[in-house]
Design a protein around this ligand. Structure first.
Ligand code: NAD
Ligand code: WQD
Length: 337
């Protein structure tokens, strides 16, 4: 495989994945509508890699714009499908926007793939499809159950792909990410949320003085210190899982689902402490009530991805928080000048 189309190619996880793919000499075609990103991340990826990508500002909701990309880039071998709206809270308030963007956008993409004979795809799914799992660490074979519209869109997109794989002989790798955090070691590529919905970007902004304190969502969970426990995964490890997935599609046919996590959990308080050490100051926090729809603890079982993808997380918690802090300190306004 040579040429890969990256949807949502200017986003957080895509930017890191692009760097890893360019290192391995893949040719990249990026597509993004900039609903949650900007051209600066693409420029920085090119800078850091000393390589050029082909970029299209296009919306998955516009079939003509999509077809134009496939028309211009005739020999796409595989797609990595990152583009989606991703905020759980926002999806509860605006379910129709989420279903339209994530489901209709994906259907358009799959239609274009069919039309132009592209049959290999890696899809960004999420641990949210496990709901509140009965057994931890959770295996890929665990029952799925979603509690919010965002999660439903991920589960539906998984199902549409699995059905399409059977009907049209597509080859599909579905990656269920746990909690992606951290940034590129250069400090030039990272997560740039307008308002941070996730724990680590929030902690980061508190450390930088942009926000006053972290609100810890409950300390009465059934966990070792009472605060929520998650399986945080360094975004560069996650990026490498995509390279391994493309490698998998180069040598096998069929559909595969993999957890992408470390198998190890850290609590909210442990994350705040680790971050405080990384930035050399106490990050202020206050314990508040539980967040609606939250769960106490989740970790992914990474054994299947280790065995079948040959992928294993390399980075430790210290690397995650230090890289997040480096990105925050070097880019106090994110990608904005
Ligand atoms: P991100 O918002 O940084 O990247 C998504 C990109 O898709 C953005 O650049 C956005 O502009 C683009 N996009 C959205 N809708 C589009 C459309 N209709 N047409 C064209 N481009 C569009 O998010 P991310 O954190 O990099 O997430 C990437 C993928 O991983 C998403 O599918 C997300 O659901 C999934 N995921 C993310 C996390 C996480 O915590 N970050 C966890 C699990 C799964
Ligand atoms: C982590 C822990 C919170 C913020 C979400 C999505 C999931 C995936 C990743 C996309 C929890 C606690 C958080 C804060 C806190 N995204 N917390 N104060 O909820 O595990 O997963 O992002 O697919 O689908 O659901 O991540 O970072 O929001 O929370 O105490 O200000 O931090 O309660 O225990 P979550 P998170």
């Amino acid at each position: 495989m040579k040429k890969i189309l990256i949807t949502g190619g200017a986003g957080y996880i895509a930017s890191h994945t692009n760097i890893e793919l360019l290192k391995d000499d893949y040719e990249l075609v990026l597509l993004d509508n900039f609903s949650n990103s900007c051209m600066e991340s693409v420029k920085r990826v090119e800078d850091l890699s000393s390589k050029k990508v082909s970029f299209y500002q296009a919306d998955l909701l516009n079939q003509d714009e999509l077809n134009n990309v496939f028309e211009q880039e005739k020999d796409i071998d595989a797609v990595i499908h990152f583009a989606a709206l991703k905020s759980v809270g926002e999806s509860v308030e605006k379910p129709l926007d989420y279903y339209k963007n994530n489901i209709s956008g994906s259907l358009n993409l799959y239609r274009s793939m069919q039309k132009y004979g592209v049959s290999n795809i890696v899809f960004s799914s999420s641990a949210t499809v496990y709901g509140d799992p009965a057994e931890i660490p959770v295996k890929e074979s665990a029952p799925t159950s979603c509690t919010n519209p965002y999660g439903h869109t991920k589960l539906m997109m998984e199902q549409i792909l699995l059905d399409s794989a059977k009907a049209y002989d597509w080859n599909v790798v579905i990656l269920r990410y746990f909690n992606p955090v951290g940034a590129h070691e250069s400090g030039r590529i990272g997560e740039d949320p307008e308002y941070p919905a996730n724990l680590l970007p929030f902690v980061s902004q508190v450390a930088a003085g942009v926000r006053e304190k972290v609100m810890v969502f409950g300390n009465d969970w059934d966990t070792h210190d009472g605060t929520g426990v998650r399986d945080y995964i360094h975004v560069v490890d996650l990026a490498q899982a995509h390279v391994k997935s493309i490698n998998k599609l180069e040598k096998s046919t069929g559909s595969f689902i993999y957890n992408i996590g470390t198998g190890q959990g850290y609590s909210v308080l442990e994350m705040i402490t680790a971050f405080s050490q990384a930035c050399g100051q106490e990050v202020p926090y206050e314990v508040g009530p539980r967040r609606a729809g939250d769960i106490g603890e989740v970790m992914g079982d990474p054994q299947k991805s280790a065995k079948e993808l040959g992928w294993k997380a390399q980075y430790k918690l210290k690397d995650m928080v230090e890289s997040a802090w480096k990105w925050q300190s070097m880019n106090p306004n994110g990608y904005r000048a």
